[in-house]
Ligand binder design. Structure first.
Ligand SMILES: [Zn+2]
Length: 272
């Protein structure tokens, strides 16, 4: 393996961890926004129901006042009928009384309907109040959880960033480090992961076969081999390839108790 490659694999692991921490922060932000939207809509629903209840009450007050007016008119008409002197006057008053009675009855029916609507609204209001209280509590929990987890992720990011800076500085100090790092950065910008493991004659990133001659070069770990002298790339996806003998074709090589630790595992262990 090219001496810069092991460090690039470690750099990729750090970059991956950093992305994952940033993704987690974004997920917390999104989840908090979701809880906030939910609480807002619960509050809006509660407010709409309060308005509707108030409107029904105002409507009934108007109806009651109208009924009271009509009852006064009815009272007057009923008194007047006792003093009516002509048949025409009596007929006119009887018509008025009949009309007033039917209006009063119509308004009373409306008032009853309004009371029924209010009952439904009150029940909905109680449900909405509970839903609103639940949404507010959920929002508070989410706010606390998000703040806690985001702070943890931020502090992890600070640690990872400082390890990353140190590792990049270390890579640059190697004779070919500048070029290797520039290659890594260029591929990572385009593809996310710049380094891919070659396993069972394939690039594990794009799944394309590695040609036999290239494969032989890649698995040759002697200091003079092409894989030790220069960075080898996948001919299909262009990622930097590395070969880890410990992980290749495990089905053909049953694991022995002293099974060698994989290069990736060594890197992970050494970077802890
Ligand atoms: Zn590939």
């Amino acid at each position: 393996m090219h001496p810069d490659l092991a460090k690039l694999i470690e750099l990729q692991a750090l970059d991956h961890e950093l992305r994952s921490e940033h993704d987690q922060i974004a997920a917390h932000t999104k989840s908090l926004a979701g809880a906030d939207t939910h609480a807002s809509s619960a509050a809006a629903q509660l407010s709409r129901l309060r308005d509707s209840i108030a409107k029904e009450e105002a409507l009934r007050r108007r109806e009651e006042s109208d009924i009271a007016d009509l009852r006064q008119k009815l009272d007057r008409a009923q008194k007047k009928i006792d003093f009516a002197t002509t048949t025409a006057q009596v007929t006119a008053l009887e018509h008025e009384i009949a009309f007033l009675k039917s209006e009063i009855s119509r308004l009373e029916d409306q008032e009853l309907e309004s009371m029924e609507r209010s009952e439904t609204l009150e029940a909905d209001h109680a449900t909405a109040q509970q839903a609103n209280a639940d949404a507010v509590a959920a929002l508070e929990r989410e706010r606390a959880r998000s703040a806690h987890e985001t702070a943890a992720a931020r502090s992890k990011i600070i640690g990872l960033e400082s390890r990353r800076t140190a590792l990049r500085a270390e890579i640059v100090q190697a004779p070919t480090g500048d070029t290797s790092l520039a290659t890594y950065d260029r591929i990572a910008r385009g593809k996310g992961n710049a380094v891919a493991q070659a396993l069972d004659h394939k690039c594990t990133a794009c799944q394309m076969m590695v040609r036999p001659q290239r494969w032989n070069d890649l698995i040759d770990n002697t200091p003079e081999s092409p894989a030790s002298q220069s960075l080898m790339t996948c001919e299909n996806c262009g990622r930097l390839l590395y070969y880890d003998p410990a992980r290749d074709a495990p089905q053909r090589k049953p694991a022995a108790p002293d099974h060698p630790e994989s290069i990736a595992a060594q890197i992970v262990r050494n970077s802890m």
